[in-house]
Every structure is written in C-alpha cells, then in structure tokens.
Design a binder for this molecule. Structure first.
Ligand code: ZN
Ligand code: MN
Length: 254
C-alpha cells in the first residue's frame, strides 16, 4: 500500500523510522479548467503520477496532496476571478509546505519528493522547503528534498507526438491538450470532450496587469484548445513522467 494516510500509525512508524522511505507530496490547486473538465486536474494529475512512481519503488509513500494552491494568474491559469477557482495566499502555501515537511521529518522521514501540478505554486514551494530545512537543521535533522513540476519531464519526442501542429509552450497549456489528455487517461469520468471550446492559443502582452483584466482571457477559461486531446496521448504523457521521476529518485536516493 503506497497511500501514506491509509496506513495505521504503527505500520507507518515501522515504514518510515529508518529514514529510508521516500515521501511523495503532490501539490496542486483548485482552479477552473474550461467547461469540459473538473476543477481538480492540478491535484489529481500529480497525485496519480505519485502513485504511479510509488508502484515500482517499494520505499515510497504518497502523502495526501496539498489541494489548494497559489492564486491563478491570467497568463498561466486564466486568472483568479472565475467561479470555482479557489486560491490561497503565497504565505499560506509557504507555511503549509513548511509545516507538512517538518511534521513528516519529525516522524523520521529524511527523503522527500514534492510533485507540483500548478505552475503558480513554484517559488512558494521552494520557500517552504528552504524554511523547513532551516528549521530542521536547527534541531540536528538533515533532510533532502527534490522538487519538480511534472511537465518538465515531457521530452521533445513526446511533445512532437502530442502536439503535431506545433507546441506553443506550457504556460498556455492550461486546460489544453496536456492536462485534458492526462485526465482522459486517469479520470475520464471528469472530462466531457463534447464541451471543449476550440480556439487558438491565447496571446498576451509581455507584461502583467493588476487588477487583472478578464478580457485578456478566452471566455472558455482555457488558454488553448483541448480538441486534440486523447486518452492515448494521456497514457504516453503519464508514462514518460512516471519513468523520468523514478529515474531522478533512484539517482538521488539510490
Ligand atoms: Zn492546470
Ligand atoms: Mn493550474
């Protein structure tokens, strides 16, 4: 069993005491992803990847995801003004990452892999890790943390297969082919391809503006079309991410 919170505390204690366990912590967001998909792909995708990684790493345990993420931004998540998009302050995310890593380390864990599924979280996660390691070091605890965003494992060959008409970048993939394909593979019941809105990839000026201007964002809430998403490509994307992350973990933790 690789879901950490499904264990009873005695079994958990026995598995993590030695410090050899690898804790996978998915971090996501609750955010609209267009009219064709649920609002939780940023949570469900890294969680599923974590479980896929753990399936062939007997030491690995997948912690319950941090489901809420930093504020959706117009140019990467559509913006923080859509009904359903439910975000937390940067300092809340920093504190949450810090608190969870410190608590798990106090149980004996020394090896962590944080799997991010929401672009806007990135540097707040890094800050949470930095503060957690500083606090732990003061108590004489040395832990090691890897942090990654899963899409960085998608290689050029896979990009060429999944985006045959050309790839416009991960930032406009919000609700597009990447996430929709992965969800069709992992949670097809949460996708309705009949509701996808076909539009060209969103284009933005080189600056951001605050308060955000909703007219910058396609009315659908997606930043590119999901029309060409498929479960087959979702499996390809999933497998390449799982294999790549496993390789990173073996390289860093043996
Ligand atoms: Zn997303
Ligand atoms: Mn997101």
């Amino acid at each position: 069993m690789s879901r950490l919170a499904d264990l009873d505390w005695k079994t958990y204690e026995a598995r993590v005491q030695s410090g050899e366990a690898v804790i996978l912590l998915p971090i996501g967001a609750i955010e609209q992803h267009g009219p064709h998909m649920s609002m939780n792909p940023d949570v469900l995708i890294p969680e599923a990847i974590g479980l896929g990684v753990a399936a062939s790493l007997p030491n690995a345990l997948v912690a319950p995801p941090i489901a809420y993420g930093y504020k959706s931004q117009v140019k990467s998540g559509g913006g923080n003004f859509f009904p359903g998009t439910t975000c937390i302050n940067g300092k809340t995310l920093i504190d949450t990452v810090h608190d969870v890593v410190v608590a798990l380390a106090r149980h004996g864990n020394r090896r962590f892999v944080l799997i991010n599924g929401h672009y806007e979280n990135s540097m707040f996660i890094v800050e949470g890790i930095d503060l957690a390691l500083t606090a732990l070091r003061r108590d004489g605890i040395d832990a090691k943390v890897l942090v990654l965003s899963y899409w960085d494992y998608v290689n050029q060959d896979t990009i060429a297969t999944v985006f045959p008409d050309g790839f416009t970048g991960w930032d406009v993939e919000h609700g597009g082919v990447l996430e929709t394909s992965l969800m069709l593979h992992l949670h097809p019941n949460l996708v309705d391809m009949d509701k996808t809105v076909d539009h060209p990839p969103a284009t933005f000026p080189p600056y951001d503006r605050f308060p955000a201007d909703p007219s910058w964002v396609p009315e659908s809430g997606t930043l590119s079309s999901a029309r060409k998403a498929s479960a087959e490509h979702g499996k390809l994307l999933f497998d390449v991410c799982v294999a790549g992350i496993q390789e990173s973990i073996r390289g860093e933790f043996g």
